[in-house]
Design a protein. Structure first.
Length: 261
């Protein structure tokens, strides 16, 4: 490693942290320059630690890294942007947690992707600024699937290859897309998907976010889309995602606007 690479200053979003020893934390972050890394923040749990506030989940921070024997050492952290409304809303906190959880699951360590970094930051900005977080979250899901090479086929049947017609279809998560009624018996673990849900998914998949602002997806269709996407993403990462369960608990309790203590 070149001497200059022993010290790096990166722009990062904090994904998660875990207590380590008596005063340290192991921090996972996704940076513009290096990609996903895990670093040790020494002494960050001590009273008066200056960098502690900038190493909390969802923070958009500038971090100085020093290459250690085992981990990067987070020697300094300063805030670039601190979100205002995300910490005040359980619903927005759940959405932000979902975004960074997907970012962690779909990336490998030290593989830079400035495009993905910008997508994460833009999504957190949109969640923070929006009264309705459905569109920013769905747009992020579809974009990160594209980035990872798992773009779902929403236009042609994954069984026979024929173009999907204007009627209710099936969705096969394991096959990665829509299945027409003619091929409905080919695969196991399929689920029905309405033409309305498919129409909105296609619209989100083929447009920039600027073209999606102001779209009001009916609640019943939202629930269908959330279920389809949740199943598809869980099968890809081959494990249950944590944040969706948190969001379901919030919705069930009716505490979307409850302040986080």
């Amino acid at each position: 490693m070149k001497p200059a690479e022993h010290i790096r200053t990166v722009e990062a979003v904090i994904i998660s942290h875990k207590d380590f020893g008596e005063a340290d934390r192991l921090v996972t972050l996704f940076s513009r320059e290096v990609g996903k890394i895990r670093g040790m923040a020494k002494g960050v749990r001590k009273m008066g630690s200056r960098k502690a506030a900038y190493l909390e989940p969802f923070m958009h921070s500038r971090v100085v890294l020093a290459k250690g024997k085992t981990f990067w050492i987070l020697t300094q952290a300063d805030g670039i942007k601190q979100y205002v409304s995300i910490p005040e809303s359980l619903e927005k906190t759940g959405r932000a947690a979902y975004v960074v959880e997907l970012a962690e699951r779909f990336t490998v360590e030290e593989e830079p992707s400035p495009q993905l970094f910008n997508l994460i930051i833009d999504t957190l900005d949109r969640i923070d600024a929006s009264a309705d977080t459905f569109a920013p979250t769905l747009f992020f899901e579809l974009c990160i699937l594209d980035h990872a090479g798992f773009r779902p086929d929403l236009t042609d049947c994954v069984g026979c290859g024929r173009a999907i017609t204007a009627q209710d279809q099936f969705f096969a998560a394991e096959q990665g897309g829509v299945v027409c009624p003619r091929c409905g018996g080919l695969y196991q673990h399929m689920r029905r998907i309405s033409m309305d849900a498919l129409r909105y998914l296609r619209h989100f998949q083929r447009n920039d976010f600027s073209a999606l602002m102001g779209i009001d997806v009916p609640q019943v269709v939202r629930q269908e889309i959330l279920s389809v996407m949740g199943d598809y993403l869980s099968r890809i990462v081959e494990r249950r995602l944590n944040a969706p369960e948190f969001m379901r608990q919030i919705a069930h309790s009716g505490n979307e606007n409850h302040n986080v203590k």
